[in-house]
Design a protein around this ligand. Structure first.
Ligand SMILES: Cc1cc2nc3c(=O)[nH]c(=O)nc-3n(C[C@H](O)[C@H](O)[C@H](O)COP(=O)(O)OP(=O)(O)OC[C@H]3O[C@@H](n4cnc5c(N)ncnc54)[C@H](O)[C@@H]3O)c2cc1C
Length: 436
């Protein structure tokens, strides 16, 4: 491809994280021509930056949310040997989660994109929209060959950070009411640990050991709770522990600094685990993330902004597109601690409304995943990867409806969208409950 190439497509999906995967596969299966731009070298987004991170919140009320999440996990469950498993989460207030083999899962996601006919462009960064009134008529992007433009009929921003949407004029907020964003995390795994000894004590946070390490100056003071979880493969331990506070995850320099600081803290922690926690003596560090995982940057303003009160009331919106019961998984904004208080009562769940993925003004733009329109409390609950896949699936499906019906995204018929998602086996929508 030469500098200045001009592409056209029905749907441009920006970002190949879990939301972008859902959006692109869903739109491709609707017979649309889809281009997916991912600035990194891999599909998965945060899932690829934190290899081995479990898919949480896939089972509200112990029933899978359905749709592409169910299809992806079923493909992995059915492999010989299975490449994924449903397991209880050891942490408070989280339901069951899906553990998976990271490499097989990303390969399977790529295959699903291929099967849906999606044109995947890795190492390709969308930079700015070209506007004509309330429509995006082009998106400027670059790859190693230089700068180019693509003319899409519909844009779905799944970039997590929403640069293009913000430049298109969509208002946004950052972090909580004071602008504090959740901490970023560099993860790693310990392989060749001995599960039977590592997890012998009844404290999922390993607080006693952590306190000793901090007191001795061998662990950073933010490591008072060690988030150590059984990985998918026997005797592997996923370490989701090293959090760096007050990092702007949309600033490349800050991400670089945090990643390097994270590497130092991960190495220190791995050493501590080997020396101080029984069962890690023969283990070693592996799968250190290539970069920190960023939880939160921009939250775009949608037609509807989901609030913590909506979720706590277990609201089932008429345009609900996925079910969720995730706790308020809040991680170290400014000086606060990590908390995961229950969002809804046990046995209850809420749905995420399609309107929180639709901007107020721009007629051919949607967004999905962690840039959803949500207040800080709701955001802390809705952001799990299964829900991001499902949000993407809803926008990809809505793109087809909007283009076929010749309407703006604001005028997509919610009844049609919910019916289409039900036909794709997304569960618990449109007056049905999760178990029906
Ligand atoms: C440390 C950490 C732990 C977590 N733990 C869990 C957990 O245990 N279970 C769970 O379910 N969820 C967990 N989450 C939440 C979940 O991982 C994220 O909310 C979710 O993955 C976000 O998906 P996304 O697709 O919206 O965004 P992202 O995963 O951030 O994907 C966005 C993608 O867009 C690309 N991109 C950005 N800008 C551009 C551009 N301009 N052009 C092209 N591409 C671009 C990025 O490279 C990236 O690949 C965790 C998150 C973090 C950070």
């Amino acid at each position: 491809m030469n500098e200045g190439t001009h592409l056209t497509t029905d749907v441009l999906v920006i970002g190949g994280g879990t939301a972008g995967f859902g959006a692109a596969v869903a739109a491709g299966r609707q017979g649309l021509d889809v281009c997916l731009f991912e600035e990194g070298r891999k599909i998965g987004g945060v899932m690829a930056f934190c290899p081995g991170m479990p898919w949480g919140a896939a089972y509200p009320c112990d029933t899978i949310i359905g749709g592409l999440m169910e299809e992806l996990s079923d493909r992995l469950f059915a492999m010989d040997p299975p490449a994924a498993a449903k397991r209880p989460c050891a942490l408070e207030n989280f339901g069951p989660e899906i553990q998976y083999d990271h490499d097989i899962a990303t390969m399977t996601m790529f295959e699903m994109l291929e099967e849906a006919g999606v044109r995947v462009h890795l190492n390709t960064t969308a930079v700015a929209p070209v506007m004509a009134g309330k429509r995006i008529v082009g998106v400027e992007y670059f790859d190693r060959h230089g700068a180019h433009t693509i003319s899409p009929r519909m844009v779905i921003d799944c970039s997590g950070d929403g640069d293009v949407s913000a430049k298109a004029g969509v208002p946004y907020t950052l972090g909580d009411d004071e602008g504090n964003m959740m901490g970023v995390t560099l993860s790693f795994q310990m392989i060749d640990a001995d599960w039977s000894r590592v997890f012998a004590e009844d404290d999922p946070y390993f607080r006693r050991y952590a306190a000793k390490g901090i007191a001795a100056g061998r662990l950073h003071e933010d490591l008072a709770q060690l988030y150590l979880m059984k990985g998918f493969h026997k005797d592997t331990v996923f370490c989701n522990s090293v959090v760096i506070r007050e990092v702007d995850g949309a600033d490349p320099m800050e991400v670089t600094r945090a990643t390097q600081e994270g590497r130092r803290r991960c190495q220190q922690l791995a050493q501590f685990l080997k020396e101080d926690i029984p069962g890690f003596e023969n283990a070693r560090m592996a799968y250190l993330g290539p970069t920190v995982g960023v939880r939160e940057t921009r939250k775009l303003e949608g037609v509807y902004r989901v609030t913590g009160e909506d979720l706590a009331r277990a609201t089932k919106f008429h345009d609900g597109i996925v079910c969720c019961d995730n706790p308020i998984d809040d991680v170290m904004r400014a000086s606060s601690n990590a908390t995961h208080d229950a969002m809804v009562e046990e046995g209850a769940y809420y749905t995420i409304p399609f309107r929180s993925l639709v901007p107020k003004e721009i007629e051919n733009l949607m967004f999905a995943g962690r840039i959803i329109s949500a207040d800080p409390i709701a955001f802390a609950s809705v952001r799990g990867m299964p829900q991001c896949i499902a949000m993407g699936q809803a926008t990809g499906t809505a793109a087809a409806i909007a283009l076929r019906d010749g309407v703006s995204v604001q005028n997509v018929d919610p009844g049609k969208l919910v019916t289409a998602l039900q036909a794709q086996k997304v569960r618990g929508l449109g007056g049905t409950t999760l178990t029906t």
